[in-house]
Ligand binder design. Structure first.
Ligand code: ZN
Length: 50
Protein backbone atom coordinates (compact mmCIF):
# COMPACT_ATOMS: atom_id res chain seq x y z
CA UNK A 1 0.00 0.00 0.00
CA UNK A 2 1.26 3.44 -0.84
CA UNK A 3 1.37 6.11 1.80
CA UNK A 4 -0.28 9.40 1.04
CA UNK A 5 1.90 12.48 1.09
CA UNK A 6 1.18 14.71 4.06
CA UNK A 7 -0.56 17.91 3.07
CA UNK A 8 1.54 19.94 5.46
CA UNK A 9 4.58 21.61 3.95
CA UNK A 10 8.01 20.73 5.24
CA UNK A 11 9.52 23.73 6.97
CA UNK A 12 12.92 24.62 5.59
CA UNK A 13 15.58 27.18 6.41
CA UNK A 14 15.43 29.97 3.82
CA UNK A 15 19.23 30.10 3.71
CA UNK A 16 20.50 26.53 3.67
CA UNK A 17 17.18 24.78 2.95
CA UNK A 18 17.68 22.43 5.87
CA UNK A 19 14.67 20.95 7.57
CA UNK A 20 14.09 21.13 11.31
CA UNK A 21 15.50 17.64 11.64
CA UNK A 22 18.36 17.75 14.10
CA UNK A 23 18.38 21.52 14.37
CA UNK A 24 16.19 24.36 15.52
CA UNK A 25 14.25 26.41 13.02
CA UNK A 26 13.14 29.88 14.00
CA UNK A 27 10.01 31.35 12.46
CA UNK A 28 9.98 34.80 10.93
CA UNK A 29 8.04 36.87 8.42
CA UNK A 30 9.34 38.07 5.08
CA UNK A 31 7.20 39.82 2.48
CA UNK A 32 4.13 38.94 4.53
CA UNK A 33 4.98 35.27 4.35
CA UNK A 34 6.07 32.93 7.06
CA UNK A 35 9.70 31.97 6.70
CA UNK A 36 12.02 29.82 8.75
CA UNK A 37 15.70 30.08 9.50
CA UNK A 38 17.86 27.61 11.35
CA UNK A 39 20.04 28.72 14.23
CA UNK A 40 23.20 28.07 12.20
CA UNK A 41 22.18 30.61 9.57
CA UNK A 42 20.71 33.12 11.98
CA UNK A 43 23.94 35.14 12.51
CA UNK A 44 24.34 35.43 8.74
CA UNK A 45 20.75 36.54 8.39
CA UNK A 46 21.22 39.21 11.05
CA UNK A 47 24.51 40.57 9.74
CA UNK A 48 23.71 40.15 6.05
CA UNK A 49 25.07 37.72 3.47
CA UNK A 50 28.72 38.76 3.14
ZN1 ZN B 1 20.08 27.35 7.67
Amino acid sequence: MEKEQPAQEVKRCIVCKSTSEGRVLLKGVQNEKDVYCCTRCLPMLIHGPH
